[in-house]
Design a protein around this ligand. Structure first.
Ligand code: F6R
Length: 248
């Protein structure tokens, strides 16, 4: 499993942003669109900051970029402060020249009975766009990627899932208490993520070291969904020293 370790989060994030920028420019030159799978949370924030800088200072254009976010809480109103719609707007989309119609984030406002069809359609849209060129991932302390919690099937698609208790505890600060964290989310599946041409999983800080050890060196199992990434060779782990500190 290719693991790259950088001195700190800032340097690592710049590397990832540069990789994305190179991809966008290469595809643009070939007259093609770039399809990015994006993540929210603390981990990718500096990557997005660097992409914004590249847009403002180095003419990186997002005119030919299509994005699909991994997940959204359910239920969730887009204008709520914890929504991933809001997160993406504030941390990236409001600061670059992406077309609104090219942005896709799972809809947290659906009626329950409409979710299954919506999820199938989300998959179809990814396929129709040509598939994900590059998927960015963080990792939760449960070993989740997207919100594919322990027990997720390796061939799972986009669907409604129940969040793990630890995931809700980790989100409790954003919601002012665990009891306010939604119990569910809509997430791309492991199978959806696997179809990406390239996958980059990032992790920073000591807090992530134990789960990174399991993900990289542990037995492949649904108990730690990130271990499924050991089965593909188009994944790269990008870590800071602290997150890599338990690797042998
Ligand atoms: C977010 C997502 C999650 C996070 C993970 C880590 O879209 O899919 O898997 O990547 O929970 O969260 P942070 O980065 O906040 O530690």
């Amino acid at each position: 499993l290719p693991v790259r370790v950088y001195k700190n989060e800032e340097i690592a994030s710049k590397k990832v942003a540069q990789k994305i920028a190179d991809l966008i420019r290469r595809k643009m030159q070939a007259g093609e669109k770039t399809v990015l799978g994006l993540a929210t949370g603390a981990t990718p924030v500096r990557v997005y900051q660097e992409l914004i800088r590249l847009h403002k200072e180095e003419e990186l254009s997002f005119d030919n970029v299509i994005t699909f976010n991994l997940d959204e809480y359910y239920p969730m109103q887009p204008e709520a402060s914890q929504s991933y719609v809001r997160f993406m707007d504030e941390n990236l989309f409001n600061h670059i020249n992406i077309r609104r119609e090219n942005i896709h984030i799972p809809d947290g406002t659906l009626e329950k009975e409409d979710i299954a069809q919506y999820c199938l359609n989300y998959e179809k849209k990814i396929t129709k766009a040509g598939g994900l060129d590059l998927q960015l991932l963080g990792i939760g302390r449960t070993g989740h990627i997207g919100f594919n919690e322990p027990g997720s099937a390796p061939n799972s698609g986009t669907r409604l899932v129940t969040l793990d208790d630890l995931t809700r505890r980790d989100a409790s600060r954003d919601f002012g208490g665990k009891e306010n964290v939604p119990t569910k989310a809509i997430t791309m599946g492991i199978g959806t993520i696997f179809k990406a041409h390239e996958i980059v999983l990032m992790a920073w800080s000591r807090k992530k070291a134990p789960i990174i050890k399991k993900a990289v060196e542990g037995e492949i199992s649904g108990e730690v969904p990130a271990t499924y990434l050991q089965l593909t060779d188009n994944v790269e782990f990008v870590l800071d020293k602290a997150a890599a500190s338990e690797l042998t």
